[in-house]
Design a protein around this ligand. Sequence first.
Ligand code: PMP
Length: 358
Amino acid sequence: MTATPDSPLRLRPEIAALPPYRQGRPAPAEGFKLSSNENPFEPLPSVVDAVRNVAEFNRYPDATALSVRERLAARFGVTADEVLVGTGSVALIAQFFLAACAPGDEVLYSWRSFEAYPGLATVAGAVSVQVPNRPDHGHDLDAMAAAITDRTRVVIVCSPNNPTGVVVTKAEFEAFMAKVPADLIVLLDEAYAEFVTDPDAVDGRELIGRYPNLIVLRTFSKAYGLAGLRIGYAIGPVAALDAARATAIPLGVTGPAASAALASLDAEAELLERVAVLAARRDAFRDALVAQGWPVPASHGNFVWLPTGERTAEVAERLFEAGLVTRAFHPDGIRISVAEEAAIEPLLAALAPLAPTA
Ligand code: PMP
């Protein structure tokens, strides 16, 4: 540990050098924020009431969110011990890294993928091993399997992949698992699972209990619209979950978050109708972009991927000027959340003159 060039304090240099988590710029008054894959629907009144009815703010919450674990356990056909609830699935990813990695151990994932992975790996003292996505923007699982070393401790498979939207198929995933040593933790990050409409896509729900090293990660942030309350969950083998529980900052999941999660499960049918609306909007938007000449891969998240390459900053800026805040990943592409219906027309109008074939 040494003082960094910018500070006399003895900070970990790799941490002091980490870029902060990016949230995207706020949308202009008449514009749309399409940069964080948020759910555009207002919370259901029943969910708002459930949050309001938690009055005992002077008390600490239940440390393990047992009520939520029990509900999820019943839903997924496991015991409550096989469910871990955290302050969003991003916190759970960090917990698994901390539980499995000693300094210098490796975390393996496809790239480009969820932008939090590299920073969380660094915080855990781990080394990120990034395997490039295939040209079709999906995971190259053969190359990932080949990149496993005796230092690999965690492998992440993100399906649908953020930011490209491409899914891993059931067959690809099972072939991959057959090559992964059984003592190596595999995190199947399914933050967007509820938006998937491809019947061949991997579905963690069908795999629970099948592999001793598989952990399925899901969240209430996207399909259930609770991003601001911070609650997500993991399902997997008890020993791995217990280790991850030990690395959490205690008492993070608040009572209002747990209540909102339970009320959302009560209202699931209605929430999933909204998801179906967004998925249909996504497919129609993608079709329109393809018709304009953009090589947009089929997406199964609540977003689409525009492979803009070296033009990424320029195209994102033009969208911003049109009041459309998107997420630019220079020099690869732009991720556009599929949210308000009223944003689709201005998006298509702004992108038409910029299309590669235009
Ligand atoms: N995984 C992926 C792939 C994501 O895109 C996100 C959110 N952007 C998360 C995990 C984390 O979501 P949360 O912490 O809100 O549950």
